[in-house]
Design a protein around this ligand. Structure first.
Ligand SMILES: [Ca+2]
Length: 369
């Protein structure tokens, strides 16, 4: 293979044939490297902007270099051909292999098999990590680098007059929420289709979150952090059934990804009333209100006493205490709390000198206000 270059090659019958080479001699980083076939049968290849920092060659916004691009190639030819409908075919000074421009280091990209759309995770410089989503017909899209990093202007001198930049559909803060976005894949499997169909799953190399992004029918996107993945993820893939796998760097493992539903956190308020107290005892009443829009069916309310108080006898709830931690579980007759409704329970307790009322409560594991 050529030295000081990134190279696409075909390995067949024991022979390696170089198809396309881009000089990449000056800096060691930002090599891109992802290849993937699109639904159109063409091969897409991502190359970074040439490395170092700040796009020293202005590669992202130039069309005469393959640096900072995703390319689209027909590899059914002897070496490769440029598809006739590539966006820069016939444009003077532009490389016709280019499909998308304005990229920094598209380390991972993938296609949604359902609609052929292209999901790109472009690693940010120092401010924003980003995920881009292009329809199958959005060839020629300029994703902004190094005029823009994410949704912000990075270097105004790089912004071309009249250019139309495609904004990312998801960003997060570099050095705050992570260090380098790791692009994933869209879930189109059957095992978790009821909850995860159409979800694009991505992560970050340093903080390993499970980022979920869903494209809405109106063109907007909804995103959420839905969990944690194994440390130092580097790449995602799918099997023939569309189930998702990931590999990580250290210790170097292959993981199969699963999804599960969790009950939505209840919305609630708690009113704690000290009805009376005497020497070493007190009488308290707790009113728990369901302020959400869904019924609560079965509840467990928890709090912590600050002054060594002990519950001695309760009613309308099964109250247990471990050290300072108290849990009040519903009685059989008040398990359901309709939206807007309340339940009231009470107890007698013992105390020493002070009797500070608790202010923080959790219902079924979620905080009440
Ligand atoms: Ca961008």
């Amino acid at each position: 293979m050529s030295d000081n270059a990134v190279t696409l090659a075909r390995h067949k019958g024991g022979t390696l044939t170089e198809l396309l080479t881009q000089e990449h001699a000056t800096h060691a980083n930002h090599n891109g490297g992802q290849i993937a076939f699109g639904g159109d049968g063409h091969l897409y290849w991502g190359i970074g902007d040439g490395g170092s920092a700040g796009d020293p060659f202005n590669a992202g916004q130039r069309l005469d270099t393959l640096l900072g691009k995703i390319l689209r190639l027909d590899v059914s030819c002897a070496r490769y051909c440029v598809p006739a409908d590539n966006p820069f075919v016939g444009v003077t000074g532009a490389r016709p292999e280019i499909w998308a421009t304005g990229l920094r280091n598209p380390w991972r990209f993938s296609f949604d098999p359902a609609d052929g759309s292209l999901w790109i995770a472009d690693v940010g410089q120092g401010s924003l990590e980003e995920v881009d989503h292009l329809r199958a017909d959005q060839g020629g899209a300029d994703l902004g680098w190094s005029c823009r990093e994410g949704t912000e202007v990075f270097d105004a001198t790089r912004c071309r007059t009249g250019a139309s930049y495609v904004d990312p559909v998801f960003t997060y803060r570099t050095s705050v929420e992570g260090c380098a976005v790791i692009g994933g894949v869209v879930y189109r499997g059957s095992r978790f289709a009821d909850i995860a169909s159409g979800v694009y799953l991505a992560s970050d190399y340093c903080t390993n979150p499970a980022f979920a992004i869903r494209a809405n029918p109106d063109g907007t996107h909804t995103s959420a952090r839905i969990g944690e993945l194994p440390i130092q993820p580097t790449s995602f893939g799918t099997d023939a059934d569309g189930e998702i796998y990931l590999v990580n760097d250290l210790p170097g493992q292959l993981h199969k990804v699963s999804f599960r539903s969790t009950a939505p956190r209840a919305s609630c308020t708690v009113t704690y009333r000290l009805l009376s107290q005497w020497g070493n005892g007190f009488h308290a009443e707790v009113v728990l209100a369901n302020t959400g829009t869904s019924p609560v069916t079965g509840w467990s309310l928890a709090w912590t006493f600050a002054d060594g108080q002990r519950v001695t006898n309760g009613w309308n709830a099964a109250i247990t205490q471990q050290g300072a931690a108290v849990t009040a579980a519903n009685a059989s007759w008040n398990a359901a709390i309709a939206p807007g409704a309340t339940v009231t329970f009470g107890f007698l307790g013992s105390k020493t000198a002070t009797n500070t009322a608790p202010t923080a409560f959790t219902l079924n594991g979620g905080a009440c206000r």
